[in-house]
Design a protein around this ligand. Sequence first.
Ligand code: EPZ
Length: 443
Amino acid sequence: MFFPCTINVDKIIINGPCKITGSVKISGAKNAALPLIFASLLTEEPLRLTNIPHLQDVTTAMSLLGRLGVKLELNEQLSINVQAKALSSCRAPYELVKTMRASILVLGPLLARLGEAEVSLPGGCAIGTRPVNLHIKGLEEMGARIVIEEGYIKARIETPSGRLQGARIFMDMVSVTGTENIMMAATLAEGTTIIENAAREPEVTDLAVCLNAMGAKISGAGTSEITIEGVEQLHGATHHVIADRIEAGTFLVAAAATRSKIRVRQVIPHHLDAVLKKLEEAGAVIELGDDYIDLDMQGRKPRAVTIDTAPYPAFPTDMQAQFILLNSVADGSATVTENIFENRFMHVQELQRMGANIELKGHTAVVHGVEHLNGAPVMATDLRASAGLVLAGLVAKGETVIDRIYHIDRGYDCIEEKLSQMGGEIQRVSGRQYQQMLAAAAG
Ligand code: EPZ
């Protein structure tokens, strides 16, 4: 793996081992905010979204919409007004799509709204090949004509009415954004669409709730069969983005791994059922409120727990790296099997540099708990891997320096500030500041 020179890239420095305490407010969910922002393309009227997380991916989504001629306003109260009144383009360029795969979510809305769309293929990603064949197949079954040319998906509606046609679509694999893309396109189709083997993630349901507030007729979201009765047009609405269950889960594992007691606030506890069950198996005492979760692991060493990732409501792949870290400092050994993405163990070799005892066998990691980890310079490779490394820095003895943290800014809203407010010895430094620190240390 080639790592470009990172002198100018921010780093996170952690001095461990740390305890964390108190409570943390969870931000809006990245994986809900992105499809919601792109849903604005389905109407000429304004869509107001509140509880928007302050993330690089949200900024990228807004730049992409700006390129299409959408009017956007972001204001301090973490809300945005989006209005796709007059679209000036139907093309999502490579230079933006390559920075954020979720940009593929403009395909369905643009095609349904304008009758044509040109979206760059996202290309590969650190965690897997991640094809979009199911998105394309679903839209073709609704009557779209799609060709792949010069790295772009070029889609056009050639039906007599110029609208997509309702269809029964069976998803060969459960795909979150695949379900979301087809669901959005089907809102403006002629007739009824049924998506079978649909994704049941809370982010899919949140999108359906917003689309229904815009005048769509969707039922069954959250189950594996979603029905969408197409309508002529959608109107404006206001929608509050759900809390980020993965951010919440990350903080809860931070508390379990550091044997701390914390509260995560402004969450929907049952969105984390599978994660909380594993944390209880690891020995954590958990109490739930309407919109908060208390976790207490004080004075107890976590127990190793077996993990198998699978689509919601099973254990989320986006929490896999964090639990590999938890098992690395737990009592006993356990396996962590990644069933969703074929290359999502990049964090393992970095954790081994910190003294973790992990064997990789195909898509299973066999983790043997060790007494402690040691601080070290490590490299972030993707969003959730970097979260695992931050947690490792909190439990490790000594200094950990995490490089290429732009990965973490894509999906965590000010994670180091939130952790330092809870007592974590963690800070962000610029590449230059770090060079100066090294020079000063060398005397
Ligand atoms: C969503 O990605 C999330 N991203 C991912 O979160 C998350 O890991 C993933 O769902 C699984 O939960 C967003 O919501 C923006 P999939 P998505 O389509 O929709 C295969 C994070 O860390 N597949 O459900 O791209 C695919 O290769 C990110 O926040 C096809 O083969 O994932 C994978 O093996 C990372 N063909 C499986 O399905 C397709 O057309 C599930 O992928 C589509 C998917």
